[in-house]
Design a protein around this ligand. Structure first.
Ligand SMILES: CC(C)(COP(=O)(O)OP(=O)(O)OC[C@H]1O[C@@H](n2cnc3c(N)ncnc32)[C@H](O)[C@@H]1OP(=O)(O)O)[C@@H](O)C(=O)NCCC(=O)NCCS
Length: 143
């Protein structure tokens, strides 16, 4: 598999993959939202291509203090072949190059099975934190 930087040409395929793998997609994952994320983090938005087919995606963000991982997805037909691990290792390498001290990710409670996947990559579970959110514009979704 070849890992490449995402470009907007792949947007439709990426969006389909997120939906297909059951990830929650919101307004932030619209074409406009993704464009903003890409402009801020051009080297942290990765896609995996095998035989001209998009098979995985992950997007990272760095806010200047902490790194975040969003929306890792591997096409179901290509899961359990080490591709998710490859994507995460490439992303972690890129965060390291940017001297990011710590990286976080969110897992929905309905998807706790993936904890084991991340643990195998060296991630550890936090039981000392809870997440709170605030939506500045009421027009936006609360997810
Ligand atoms: C989670 C996901 C990205 C894993 O990708 P993958 O390519 O199947 O994972 P890999 O083959 O690279 O697995 C790496 C290791 O984790 C293990 N693993 C992968 N998925 C696992 C799971 N659901 N439960 C337990 N272990 C798992 C593998 O067995 C492998 O272990 P090994 O290195 O000891 O052999 C993929 O299942 C997926 O796209 N899920 C749907 C979307 C999703 O939930 N994304 C995460 C949002 S937080």
């Amino acid at each position: 598999m070849e890992i490449k930087n995402f470009s907007m040409d792949y947007y439709d395929e990426v969006y389909e993959l997120w939906k297909k793998t059951g990830l929650t997609v919101t307004k932030s994952d619209s074409r406009e939202g993704v464009k903003i994320m890409l402009e801020r983090n051009p080297d942290l938005f990765l896609i995996g291509i095998e035989n001209d087919k998009l098979v995985c995606v992950v997007y990272g963000g760095f806010d200047g203090r902490r790194g975040f991982v969003h929306h890792l997805a591997v096409d179901p037909q290509f899961q359990r072949k080490g591709l998710g691990k490859m994507m995460m290792e490439e992303l972690e390498k890129r965060f390291k190059r940017m001297n990011v001290e710590k990286i976080h990710l969110f897992i929905e409670k309905r998807n706790l099975g993936v904890i084991e996947f991340y643990k195998r990559l060296g991630w550890y579970l936090r039981d000392d934190l809870v997440i709170m959110s605030f939506v500045p514009d009421e027009e936006n979704e609360k997810e």
